[in-house]
Structures are given as C-alpha cells and as structure tokens.
Design a protein around this ligand. Structure first.
Ligand SMILES: [Zn+2]
Length: 325
C-alpha cells in the first residue's frame, strides 16, 4: 500500500553526503539532497565532516557549510570527526553547537578510535559535555571474525561483523559515558541485545540516546544472497530473521529514541567495481528518501507502531538533538 500521508518536517539525523568514504565520492551532494528533501518532506539533516590528512576539520566544515548554504534549503546539523585536530582547535567549533562522531572500528581507513582515546575525549570535554555519536563495533572481535571467515560471498559479511562485536562495544561505551556523565548517542543499532543494554542504561542516565535504521527492521541476512547482493553491503550488516523480529518488538516497546537512515549511497559503478573482491566493495546504502515512507508502509500501515510514534522518532525527537533547530 502506498503512503497516503504526506509528512512534513522529517529530520534525518544520520546522513552521509558530499564526502569521500573509503576512497569514493558519495553519489549525493547538497544539490541532490535539496531535490530529495523537497520530494520527501525532509526539513533537516545531521551530516558528517570527517577530517582529511590534507584538510583541517575547520576548513572542511566551512567549505561544506558554504556548499550547504548555497544548495540546500533545509537545516543542517554537523557531526565532526577529528583525526589530528586537538581539543583547543575543536573548542570554537563545538561551541557553535555541533557534536562529535567516533568509530570503534575502521582501522584501515584511519577512523579507528580506541576506548582509551574516547575516554580521553570525555575527560578533555568534561566542561562542555559535547555529545558523542559512537559507531559501536569492537575492532578486535571484527579482526578475529574476519580472519576466521574469508569474504567469499556477501553473506559472509554477517559472520565477519557479528552482533557480538556491536554488543561488546556498546557495553564498553555505555560504561565510559556513565563513569564520566558524558552524553552519548549510539548510532545504527542492529542487534537486539545492544538495544536492551542501551535501554537499561537510559532509564537511569537520560543523557544516553540511540537510533536504529529502517533497513535493520525491514531486511534480514537473506537480502545478502542472490544476484547483485554485494550492492546491499552496509555496516553493520543485516542480521538474522530472529534478530530482526526482536528488533521490531523493541521498536514497539519504545527502545529507540530516533530512526535515522544512515544514508550512504555509492555510485553503482563503485559498488560493482570490486564485486569479485568483496573486501573492497564500499559499504553503505541509500535511505534518506525512504526513511519515513518505508517505516510507514512496513510498520504503521499494518498496525505495528502508531503514526504518532513514527512522527516522534523521525520528526520531533531528532529535532531536539539538532542545534540547527
Ligand atoms: Zn553512518
């Protein structure tokens, strides 16, 4: 059934746009975003600025802000990933209200941040308590699982990045946040156990929030078999049907503060270039355009969640996390 309700004011807190990821330019830049936003009622996004070796975080942020101003009518909240930048240089940017994004994995692309480093940032930022978004997958578990499971088919992705990696990293990051009373937001939760851990912590510590993405609620690992399955590779990977079903139950019980797409579209030729060498396929799928409609069609229409609850997770709550509103 098609969506018969035209939403307005959707805010997608997790969108990759106008950046290079894994060496590839993303398919969408701000003019594409503007077109998609207009068609789909999107009022604002949270997007990422990742420091590059030859471009300081401040310069890159200013360039991207300029591009956004010229090309996108909606509002933009910025998530910053420093690689070399130190706290002193970061302060002015953080005082503008932007937050930080760290990864407990992706050593090969230079994004990896150890638990110790994340704790160090929490100590350094103890005065201003800047929210940290954290991509939680334990790198040690992934390294070991990847060594045990060669990447022969797209479905191997699920064995190479198991749920346990997410669960362990979530537990460690929650402990750090609680120890330092530091606001954190756990991105794209794909494992029910991780969602349960976050929810337990949230009851006592309201500065903890989390999101999941529609694709973990709609698809399971079977999507990674068959023709052109490599195009569906994203990280974390799709999970078992049992996990997907449990995640939907947790969604119904209000475990997720927000739904965000983790929109990360690559050009088809870049997705296809290494389809016979799966380790090199860039991981990410689009989702911004269907954030609301896919949730409406799959979960509101059949009466699994209410429209008010979908609106809360895609319109009202994300706005409270974005300093551009
Ligand atoms: Zn992402």
């Amino acid at each position: 059934m098609p969506l018969d309700y035209k939403p307005a004011g959707i805010c997608d807190f997790h969108v990759h746009i106008g950046e290079k990821i894994s060496g590839y330019e993303l398919r969408d830049d701000f003019p594409d975003l503007d077109r998609m936003a207009e068609l789909n009622g999107i009022a604002g996004i949270g997007t990422f600025v990742t420091e590059e070796s030859d471009l300081s975080l401040t310069v890159k942020l200013r360039k991207m802000q300029e591009k956004a101003k010229l090309n996108f009518k909606g509002k933009v909240h910025w998530h910053l990933t420093p690689v070399h930048t130190k706290t002193d240089e970061l302060f002015p940017l953080l005082q503008e209200g932007w937050d930080l994004k760290f990864y407990t994995t992706y050593r090969e692309s230079g994004l990896y941040c150890s638990y110790e480093q994340i704790e160090h940032w929490m100590v350094e930022l103890s005065d201003i308590k800047t929210r940290m978004l954290v991509h939680c997958e334990d790198d040690q578990i992934i390294t070991q699982a990847s060594a045990e499971h060669p990447f022969r088919t797209p479905q191997d992705h699920t064995l190479r990045r198991p749920e346990l990696a997410e669960i362990v990293a979530v537990e460690k990051i929650l402990n750090l946040a609680i120890k330092h009373t530091h606001p954190i937001h756990i991105v794209h939760i794909s494992s029910p156990k991780a969602a349960i851990l976050v929810n337990e912590a949230k009851k006592e510590y309201p500065f903890i929030t989390c999101e999941t993405a529609p694709h973990y609620l709609i698809y399971n690992e079977n999507r990674l078999s068959g023709i052109n399955a490599h195009r569906w590779l994203c990280t974390p990977p799709f999970r078992s049907e049992e996990s997907r079903g449990l995640l939907v139950e947790l969604l119904q019980d209000g475990y997720f503060d927000i739904l965000a797409s983790d929109h990360c579209p690559f050009k088809l030729e870049d997705k296809d270039r290494f389809k016979d060498n799966l380790e090199l396929v860039p991981c990410g799928i689009p989702g911004l355009e269907t954030l609301y409609s896919s949730m409406f069609n799959n979960f509101v229409e059949p009466g699994i969640i209410s429209q008010a609850s979908l609106d809360e997770m895609t319109i009202h709550k994300p706005k409270t996390l974005m300093s551009c509103f």
